[in-house]
Design a protein around this ligand. Structure first.
Ligand SMILES: C[S@@+](CC[C@H](N)C(=O)[O-])C[C@H]1O[C@@H](n2cnc3c(N)ncnc32)[C@H](O)[C@@H]1O
Length: 388
């Protein structure tokens, strides 16, 4: 399916781009892809968001999830049969060595083959990977944007199968100055000291690993960081959201039952607002070989979805796409997309190192260069990062 609907072309302005080969209908799946590598965020994991170590499928039932996030062990979820986790639970397994949890024997075997056979022992409390993860957690608080676990996983993959190094050539790279700018953004003001601590810890851990030496120089390490920052895709899975989607499609409910169900769901989300706020999902990030070649537009014609409730993504058309039209997604979330041209461009420039000149930015070219009110009200939290 992936090949025929689009081609990958190279342009001077944007580098590689995905371009439609034929008419793509609204809601049509353009591309389906599993990540080359993915990982849950460190704090997300530490706070008890339970996901398969390999594919991020939720490992809590929707009821367990709601009870945990609402801090209320008495909540009972109606229609438990609409919770996919209940039907998958019997397949969940633990690694015999380290006790980490996986959604199936197949996922555990895939993880062992790709990286887990190396990371297994070293991830135990107070063991080397775990200690580095603790350094990382002190540097990078929620909301998390990237993951050291992803880097550790990449190192383990390359050590196990050096040919994986070739795959990294698939992701777009930047110049040295750009690397430092992005690292600054990810780590905040004291980035140089923090980066150097992390870097030293990694050198100690991987000393003598010739195959990894290119990542262990300061330049190589910042470059890897930047490659991940500009190419990775956020992943979110939620057992409660899956349950909500399934019960919303139940045909057999009376009007009264539907109304009660809607009220129940609204109450749960209102409770979450007071307990965990927006931290509802199992969150992480991944690198996808083909999806990472899709450029940004502030008026995108496609979006990313996670319909399988794991790290396998779909790129879906938001409107009809004509042959030879570029397929674009938005690198900004919905809130950010509503902000001024100036704010959007500033964020994209700082995080993805390009000046956006999409259709929407062109339409708004006469707008004054002003930061959106929302940015100012938020203390510019999400869009401006001089002071992270
Ligand atoms: C995830 S990559 C997208 C694919 C990339 N063009 C490539 O060659 O691999 C993100 C990078 O693509 C470029 N890019 C994405 N959207 C763009 C746009 N609308 N205008 C110019 N460059 C863009 C930027 O260099 C950005 O850092």
């Amino acid at each position: 399916m992936n090949e025929s609907k689009f081609k990958i072309v190279n342009t001077n302005l944007k580098g590689r781009s995905l371009v439609a080969n034929k008419v793509i209908a609204i809601d049509e799946v353009i591309l389906e892809e599993a990540p080359f590598v993915c990982s849950q965020f460190s704090w997300n994991k530490a706070y008890g968001y339970l996901a398969c170590e390999n594919c991020m499928l939720p490992l809590e039932t929707a009821e367990q999830n709601v009870r945990r996030l609402a801090f209320d062990p008495s909540i009972i979820l109606p229609f438990p049969e609409s919770d996919p986790v209940i039907h998958l639970q019997q397949k969940f397994v633990q690694c015999q060595e380290c006790s980490l949890k996986f959604c199936s024997t197949e996922c555990l075997e895939e993880a062992k083959f790709k990286y887990h056979s190396i990371m297994c022992h070293a991830l135990k409390p107070n063991q080397p990977f775990d200690s580095i993860n603790e350094i990382w957690k002190k540097m990078h608080y929620p909301p998390e944007t990237t993951s050291l676990l992803l880097i550790l996983r990449i190192f383990a993959m390359v050590k196990l199968q050096p040919e994986y190094l070739n795959v990294f050539g698939e992701f777009c790279d930047r110049s040295k100055n750009d690397d430092l700018r992005i690292c600054h953004k990810i780590l905040g003001k004291k980035f140089s000291e923090q980066l150097s601590n992390l870097h030293q810890a990694l050198i100690q851990l991987f000393q003598g690993e010739e195959i990894l030496s290119r990542f262990l120089t300061v330049e190589g390490f910042t470059q890897l960081f930047t490659m991940i920052g500009t190419n990775s895709q956020g992943i979110g899975t939620s057992p409660f959201a899956n349950w909500v989607r399934n019960v919303s499609e139940l045909q057999s409910l009376s009007e009264k039952q539907s109304k009660e169900l809607d009220e129940f769901i609204d109450t749960v989300y209102a409770t979450f607002d007071n307990t965990v706020g927006t931290f509802l999902n199992n969150e992480g990030s991944g690198l996808y070989v083909t999806q990472s070649k899709i450029n940004h537009s502030c008026k995108p014609n496609a979006e990313i979805r996670f319909p399988f409730s794991n790290s396998k993504l779909q790129v879906v058309a938001l409107r009809e796409i004509k042959p030879d039209e570029e397929i674009c997604i938005s690198y900004l979330d919905e809130c950010q997309l509503d902000r001024s041209r100036y704010s959007r461009q500033k964020y994209l420039q700082e995080n993805y190192l390009f000046l956006c000149d999409c259709e929407k930015c062109q339409e708004e070219v006469s707008q004054a260069d002003e930061t959106s009110d929302d940015d100012v009200n938020d203390g510019d939290d999400n869009m401006d990062t001089d002071d992270d």
